[in-house]
Design a protein around this ligand. Structure first.
Ligand SMILES: NC(=O)c1ccc[n+]([C@@H]2O[C@H](COP(=O)([O-])OP(=O)(O)OC[C@H]3O[C@@H](n4cnc5c(N)ncnc54)[C@H](OP(=O)(O)O)[C@@H]3O)[C@@H](O)[C@H]2O)c1
Length: 299
Protein backbone atom coordinates (compact mmCIF):
# COMPACT_ATOMS: atom_id res chain seq x y z
CA UNK A 1 0.00 0.00 0.00
CA UNK A 2 1.26 3.49 -0.83
CA UNK A 3 2.67 5.14 2.27
CA UNK A 4 0.36 7.83 3.62
CA UNK A 5 -2.31 8.40 1.01
CA UNK A 6 -3.86 5.25 -0.43
CA UNK A 7 -5.32 5.04 -3.92
CA UNK A 8 -9.07 4.46 -3.65
CA UNK A 9 -11.10 3.33 -6.65
CA UNK A 10 -14.69 4.43 -6.02
CA UNK A 11 -17.18 2.67 -8.29
CA UNK A 12 -20.68 4.12 -8.57
CA UNK A 13 -19.60 7.58 -7.43
CA UNK A 14 -22.82 9.18 -8.69
CA UNK A 15 -25.22 7.23 -6.44
CA UNK A 16 -26.51 8.36 -3.05
CA UNK A 17 -23.72 6.72 -1.07
CA UNK A 18 -21.11 7.10 -3.83
CA UNK A 19 -21.70 10.83 -3.98
CA UNK A 20 -21.03 11.28 -0.28
CA UNK A 21 -18.04 8.95 -0.48
CA UNK A 22 -16.38 11.15 -3.09
CA UNK A 23 -16.13 13.92 -0.52
CA UNK A 24 -15.30 11.93 2.61
CA UNK A 25 -12.71 9.70 0.91
CA UNK A 26 -10.87 12.66 -0.58
CA UNK A 27 -9.63 13.52 2.92
CA UNK A 28 -8.02 10.08 3.21
CA UNK A 29 -6.40 9.38 -0.09
CA UNK A 30 -6.36 9.78 -3.84
CA UNK A 31 -9.86 9.00 -5.08
CA UNK A 32 -10.29 7.58 -8.56
CA UNK A 33 -13.99 8.23 -9.09
CA UNK A 34 -15.78 5.99 -11.59
CA UNK A 35 -19.37 6.06 -12.78
CA UNK A 36 -21.48 5.07 -15.75
CA UNK A 37 -21.49 8.64 -17.08
CA UNK A 38 -17.86 9.41 -16.28
CA UNK A 39 -18.66 13.00 -15.21
CA UNK A 40 -16.43 12.84 -12.15
CA UNK A 41 -13.47 10.89 -13.54
CA UNK A 42 -13.52 7.49 -15.21
CA UNK A 43 -16.32 5.87 -17.17
CA UNK A 44 -16.87 2.40 -15.77
CA UNK A 45 -19.74 0.03 -16.50
CA UNK A 46 -19.69 -2.82 -13.99
CA UNK A 47 -21.39 -5.04 -16.56
CA UNK A 48 -18.35 -4.72 -18.83
CA UNK A 49 -16.01 -7.38 -17.42
CA UNK A 50 -13.08 -6.46 -19.64
CA UNK A 51 -13.34 -2.79 -18.68
CA UNK A 52 -13.50 -3.68 -14.97
CA UNK A 53 -10.45 -5.92 -15.23
CA UNK A 54 -8.36 -3.46 -17.26
CA UNK A 55 -9.34 -0.49 -15.07
CA UNK A 56 -8.32 -2.25 -11.86
CA UNK A 57 -5.12 -3.63 -13.35
CA UNK A 58 -4.20 -0.20 -14.71
CA UNK A 59 -5.16 1.90 -11.68
CA UNK A 60 -3.70 -0.47 -9.06
CA UNK A 61 -5.79 0.85 -6.16
CA UNK A 62 -5.12 -0.01 -2.51
CA UNK A 63 -8.87 0.04 -1.80
CA UNK A 64 -11.89 -0.51 -4.03
CA UNK A 65 -15.22 0.80 -2.82
CA UNK A 66 -18.21 -0.50 -4.72
CA UNK A 67 -21.20 1.79 -4.23
CA UNK A 68 -22.86 0.74 -7.51
CA UNK A 69 -25.80 -1.65 -7.55
CA UNK A 70 -29.18 -2.33 -9.11
CA UNK A 71 -31.21 -0.68 -6.35
CA UNK A 72 -34.65 -0.33 -7.98
CA UNK A 73 -36.40 -2.86 -5.75
CA UNK A 74 -39.68 -3.06 -7.68
CA UNK A 75 -38.11 -2.91 -11.13
CA UNK A 76 -35.78 -5.76 -10.20
CA UNK A 77 -38.78 -8.13 -10.15
CA UNK A 78 -38.97 -7.79 -13.94
CA UNK A 79 -35.22 -7.26 -14.44
CA UNK A 80 -33.93 -10.28 -12.58
CA UNK A 81 -31.11 -10.99 -15.03
CA UNK A 82 -29.76 -7.44 -14.90
CA UNK A 83 -30.16 -7.38 -11.14
CA UNK A 84 -28.20 -10.62 -10.85
CA UNK A 85 -25.40 -9.41 -13.10
CA UNK A 86 -24.95 -6.18 -11.14
CA UNK A 87 -25.71 -7.32 -7.61
CA UNK A 88 -24.21 -10.82 -7.65
CA UNK A 89 -21.80 -11.31 -10.57
CA UNK A 90 -20.09 -7.91 -10.40
CA UNK A 91 -19.17 -8.16 -6.67
CA UNK A 92 -17.75 -11.63 -7.35
CA UNK A 93 -15.55 -10.25 -10.14
CA UNK A 94 -14.41 -7.36 -7.91
CA UNK A 95 -13.66 -9.89 -5.17
CA UNK A 96 -11.60 -12.13 -7.48
CA UNK A 97 -9.55 -9.18 -8.71
CA UNK A 98 -9.09 -7.84 -5.19
CA UNK A 99 -7.91 -11.23 -3.93
CA UNK A 100 -5.48 -11.54 -6.82
CA UNK A 101 -4.03 -8.06 -6.44
CA UNK A 102 -4.12 -7.76 -2.64
CA UNK A 103 -6.70 -4.96 -2.63
CA UNK A 104 -9.08 -4.33 0.29
CA UNK A 105 -12.65 -4.21 -1.00
CA UNK A 106 -15.60 -2.36 0.51
CA UNK A 107 -19.06 -3.36 -0.67
CA UNK A 108 -22.62 -2.57 0.47
CA UNK A 109 -25.61 -4.79 1.01
CA UNK A 110 -29.06 -4.49 2.43
CA UNK A 111 -31.54 -5.27 5.21
CA UNK A 112 -33.71 -6.77 2.43
CA UNK A 113 -31.65 -9.98 2.61
CA UNK A 114 -33.87 -10.79 5.60
CA UNK A 115 -37.49 -11.97 5.64
CA UNK A 116 -38.47 -9.46 8.32
CA UNK A 117 -40.34 -11.84 10.62
CA UNK A 118 -37.88 -11.83 13.55
CA UNK A 119 -38.85 -10.42 16.92
CA UNK A 120 -35.53 -8.62 17.49
CA UNK A 121 -32.97 -6.75 15.37
CA UNK A 122 -31.09 -8.99 12.95
CA UNK A 123 -27.46 -9.88 13.62
CA UNK A 124 -24.97 -10.62 10.86
CA UNK A 125 -25.11 -14.38 11.35
CA UNK A 126 -28.91 -14.63 11.41
CA UNK A 127 -30.51 -16.67 8.69
CA UNK A 128 -31.26 -14.67 5.55
CA UNK A 129 -34.55 -15.11 3.71
CA UNK A 130 -34.99 -12.49 1.00
CA UNK A 131 -38.52 -11.83 -0.23
CA UNK A 132 -37.59 -10.07 -3.46
CA UNK A 133 -35.30 -10.40 -6.48
CA UNK A 134 -33.32 -7.42 -5.20
CA UNK A 135 -32.81 -9.03 -1.78
CA UNK A 136 -31.98 -12.40 -3.34
CA UNK A 137 -29.40 -10.97 -5.76
CA UNK A 138 -27.78 -8.84 -3.04
CA UNK A 139 -27.52 -11.92 -0.83
CA UNK A 140 -25.93 -13.87 -3.69
CA UNK A 141 -23.51 -10.99 -4.17
CA UNK A 142 -22.44 -11.22 -0.51
CA UNK A 143 -21.90 -14.98 -0.76
CA UNK A 144 -20.07 -14.94 -4.07
CA UNK A 145 -17.85 -12.06 -2.95
CA UNK A 146 -16.89 -13.71 0.33
CA UNK A 147 -16.16 -16.99 -1.48
CA UNK A 148 -13.41 -15.26 -3.50
CA UNK A 149 -11.36 -15.00 -0.31
CA UNK A 150 -10.78 -11.27 -0.82
CA UNK A 151 -10.22 -8.97 2.14
CA UNK A 152 -13.77 -7.73 1.72
CA UNK A 153 -15.97 -5.71 4.04
CA UNK A 154 -19.68 -5.88 3.33
CA UNK A 155 -21.76 -3.22 5.04
CA UNK A 156 -25.46 -4.01 5.18
CA UNK A 157 -27.38 -0.79 5.46
CA UNK A 158 -31.05 0.19 5.17
CA UNK A 159 -33.61 2.73 3.92
CA UNK A 160 -30.94 5.04 2.47
CA UNK A 161 -31.76 8.71 1.86
CA UNK A 162 -29.75 11.86 1.31
CA UNK A 163 -29.69 15.13 -0.57
CA UNK A 164 -28.23 13.59 -3.73
CA UNK A 165 -30.13 10.95 -5.66
CA UNK A 166 -33.57 9.37 -5.70
CA UNK A 167 -35.07 8.36 -2.37
CA UNK A 168 -38.15 8.35 -0.14
CA UNK A 169 -37.28 11.71 1.47
CA UNK A 170 -37.22 13.44 -1.92
CA UNK A 171 -40.48 11.78 -2.95
CA UNK A 172 -42.16 13.02 0.24
CA UNK A 173 -40.79 16.57 -0.13
CA UNK A 174 -42.15 16.67 -3.69
CA UNK A 175 -45.56 15.29 -2.66
CA UNK A 176 -45.84 17.78 0.24
CA UNK A 177 -45.80 20.58 -2.36
CA UNK A 178 -48.87 19.19 -4.19
CA UNK A 179 -50.91 17.51 -1.47
CA UNK A 180 -52.20 18.37 1.97
CA UNK A 181 -52.93 14.74 2.82
CA UNK A 182 -50.98 11.52 2.23
CA UNK A 183 -51.41 7.85 3.10
CA UNK A 184 -48.17 6.05 3.96
CA UNK A 185 -47.42 2.45 4.93
CA UNK A 186 -47.15 1.99 8.67
CA UNK A 187 -46.48 -1.74 9.10
CA UNK A 188 -42.95 -1.96 7.66
CA UNK A 189 -40.30 -1.12 10.22
CA UNK A 190 -36.67 -0.19 9.55
CA UNK A 191 -33.94 2.37 10.18
CA UNK A 192 -33.69 5.26 7.71
CA UNK A 193 -29.98 5.86 7.21
CA UNK A 194 -28.42 9.05 5.81
CA UNK A 195 -25.98 8.35 2.96
CA UNK A 196 -23.51 10.79 4.53
CA UNK A 197 -23.39 8.75 7.75
CA UNK A 198 -22.64 5.62 5.72
CA UNK A 199 -19.83 7.44 3.91
CA UNK A 200 -18.37 8.87 7.11
CA UNK A 201 -18.42 5.51 8.87
CA UNK A 202 -16.82 3.90 5.79
CA UNK A 203 -14.09 6.55 5.83
CA UNK A 204 -13.31 5.87 9.47
CA UNK A 205 -13.05 2.16 8.79
CA UNK A 206 -10.88 2.66 5.70
CA UNK A 207 -8.66 4.90 7.79
CA UNK A 208 -8.27 2.20 10.46
CA UNK A 209 -7.47 -0.39 7.80
CA UNK A 210 -4.99 2.01 6.17
CA UNK A 211 -3.15 2.47 9.44
CA UNK A 212 -3.10 -1.26 10.26
CA UNK A 213 -3.45 -3.10 6.92
CA UNK A 214 -2.94 -6.51 8.53
CA UNK A 215 -6.33 -6.07 10.30
CA UNK A 216 -8.15 -6.52 7.00
CA UNK A 217 -7.39 -10.21 6.85
CA UNK A 218 -9.05 -11.17 10.10
CA UNK A 219 -11.71 -8.45 10.30
CA UNK A 220 -13.09 -9.13 6.80
CA UNK A 221 -16.75 -10.07 6.58
CA UNK A 222 -20.26 -8.72 6.95
CA UNK A 223 -21.17 -5.81 9.23
CA UNK A 224 -24.49 -4.13 9.90
CA UNK A 225 -24.23 -0.38 9.47
CA UNK A 226 -27.46 1.53 10.00
CA UNK A 227 -28.74 4.53 11.90
CA UNK A 228 -29.90 4.05 15.47
CA UNK A 229 -33.58 3.65 16.33
CA UNK A 230 -36.39 2.46 14.11
CA UNK A 231 -39.60 3.67 12.54
CA UNK A 232 -42.17 2.91 9.85
CA UNK A 233 -42.38 4.64 6.45
CA UNK A 234 -45.28 6.61 7.92
CA UNK A 235 -43.18 7.65 10.93
CA UNK A 236 -40.35 8.60 8.60
CA UNK A 237 -42.71 10.68 6.41
CA UNK A 238 -44.12 12.50 9.45
CA UNK A 239 -40.62 13.49 10.63
CA UNK A 240 -39.69 14.68 7.14
CA UNK A 241 -42.77 16.91 7.20
CA UNK A 242 -42.03 18.15 10.73
CA UNK A 243 -38.34 18.92 10.12
CA UNK A 244 -39.00 20.59 6.77
CA UNK A 245 -41.86 22.69 8.15
CA UNK A 246 -44.54 21.21 5.86
CA UNK A 247 -48.11 20.99 7.09
CA UNK A 248 -49.23 17.78 5.44
CA UNK A 249 -51.56 15.30 7.13
CA UNK A 250 -50.07 11.82 6.93
CA UNK A 251 -52.36 8.86 7.59
CA UNK A 252 -51.08 5.34 8.28
CA UNK A 253 -52.08 2.49 5.97
CA UNK A 254 -51.22 -1.22 5.95
CA UNK A 255 -48.95 -2.68 3.26
CA UNK A 256 -51.93 -4.48 1.69
CA UNK A 257 -53.39 -1.07 0.75
CA UNK A 258 -50.21 -0.12 -1.14
CA UNK A 259 -49.37 -3.13 -3.31
CA UNK A 260 -45.96 -3.15 -5.00
CA UNK A 261 -44.32 -5.66 -7.40
CA UNK A 262 -41.69 -6.59 -4.78
CA UNK A 263 -42.47 -7.93 -1.32
CA UNK A 264 -40.66 -6.14 1.51
CA UNK A 265 -39.75 -7.33 5.00
CA UNK A 266 -42.16 -6.28 7.76
CA UNK A 267 -39.37 -5.57 10.23
CA UNK A 268 -35.79 -5.40 9.01
CA UNK A 269 -34.08 -3.52 11.82
CA UNK A 270 -30.39 -4.49 12.02
CA UNK A 271 -28.28 -4.94 15.15
CA UNK A 272 -25.11 -2.84 14.84
CA UNK A 273 -23.24 -4.32 17.83
CA UNK A 274 -20.52 -5.98 15.73
CA UNK A 275 -19.66 -2.69 14.00
CA UNK A 276 -19.52 -0.96 17.35
CA UNK A 277 -17.36 -3.61 19.02
CA UNK A 278 -14.96 -3.98 16.08
CA UNK A 279 -14.53 -0.39 14.96
CA UNK A 280 -15.91 1.62 17.88
CA UNK A 281 -18.54 3.14 15.61
CA UNK A 282 -22.15 3.98 16.36
CA UNK A 283 -24.28 5.91 13.89
CA UNK A 284 -26.61 8.57 15.34
CA UNK A 285 -30.33 8.00 15.81
CA UNK A 286 -32.15 8.29 12.48
CA UNK A 287 -34.12 11.38 13.63
CA UNK A 288 -30.94 13.29 14.49
CA UNK A 289 -29.44 12.55 11.07
CA UNK A 290 -32.65 13.37 9.24
CA UNK A 291 -32.85 16.78 10.88
CA UNK A 292 -29.22 17.47 9.93
CA UNK A 293 -29.75 16.28 6.38
CA UNK A 294 -32.77 18.55 5.90
CA UNK A 295 -30.90 21.50 7.46
CA UNK A 296 -27.97 20.80 5.15
CA UNK A 297 -30.36 20.87 2.19
CA UNK A 298 -31.41 24.43 3.01
CA UNK A 299 -27.81 25.68 3.31
N1 LIG B 1 -31.09 2.83 -1.49
C1 LIG B 1 -31.38 2.13 -0.40
O1 LIG B 1 -32.40 2.36 0.26
C2 LIG B 1 -30.45 1.04 0.08
C3 LIG B 1 -30.83 0.30 1.20
C4 LIG B 1 -29.99 -0.70 1.65
C5 LIG B 1 -28.79 -0.94 1.00
N2 LIG B 1 -28.45 -0.21 -0.10
C6 LIG B 1 -27.20 -0.54 -0.79
O2 LIG B 1 -26.30 0.55 -0.63
C7 LIG B 1 -25.49 0.67 -1.81
C8 LIG B 1 -25.58 2.08 -2.35
O3 LIG B 1 -26.95 2.35 -2.64
P1 LIG B 1 -27.44 3.77 -3.15
O4 LIG B 1 -28.75 4.04 -2.49
O5 LIG B 1 -26.34 4.76 -3.07
O6 LIG B 1 -27.73 3.41 -4.67
P2 LIG B 1 -28.07 4.38 -5.88
O7 LIG B 1 -28.27 5.77 -5.42
O8 LIG B 1 -29.15 3.70 -6.67
O9 LIG B 1 -26.73 4.34 -6.72
C9 LIG B 1 -26.33 3.20 -7.42
C10 LIG B 1 -25.34 3.66 -8.47
O10 LIG B 1 -24.98 2.52 -9.25
C11 LIG B 1 -24.83 2.98 -10.57
N3 LIG B 1 -24.91 1.90 -11.54
C12 LIG B 1 -26.01 1.27 -12.01
N4 LIG B 1 -25.65 0.37 -12.95
C13 LIG B 1 -24.31 0.46 -13.08
C14 LIG B 1 -23.36 -0.18 -13.90
N5 LIG B 1 -23.73 -1.11 -14.79
N6 LIG B 1 -22.06 0.15 -13.78
C15 LIG B 1 -21.68 1.09 -12.90
N7 LIG B 1 -22.53 1.76 -12.11
C16 LIG B 1 -23.83 1.43 -12.20
C17 LIG B 1 -25.98 3.95 -10.75
O11 LIG B 1 -25.74 4.76 -11.87
P3 LIG B 1 -26.99 5.41 -12.66
O12 LIG B 1 -27.72 6.22 -11.65
O13 LIG B 1 -26.31 6.21 -13.73
O14 LIG B 1 -27.78 4.24 -13.16
C18 LIG B 1 -25.91 4.71 -9.44
O15 LIG B 1 -25.03 5.80 -9.52
C19 LIG B 1 -25.98 -0.42 -2.76
O16 LIG B 1 -25.17 -1.56 -2.64
C20 LIG B 1 -27.37 -0.75 -2.26
O17 LIG B 1 -27.77 -2.07 -2.58
C21 LIG B 1 -29.24 0.78 -0.56
Amino acid sequence: MSAGRPRILLIGCDGQVGWELQRTMATLGEVIAASLCGHYGLVLDLLDRDAVISTIQRERPDFIINAAAHTAVDKAESEAELSGRLNAEAPELLGSLSAELGVTLIHYSTDFVFAGDADKPYREEDLAGPLSVYGQTKLEGEQRLLATGANAFIFRTSWVYGNHGHNFMHTMLRLFKDRDRLRVVDDQIGAPTWSRMIAEATAQIVNQLRLTPSDAEYLRGIYHLTAGGETSWCGFARRIAEFSGEACRIDPIPTRDYPTPARRPACSVLDNTKLNRTFGLQLPDWKVSLEQCLADRKN
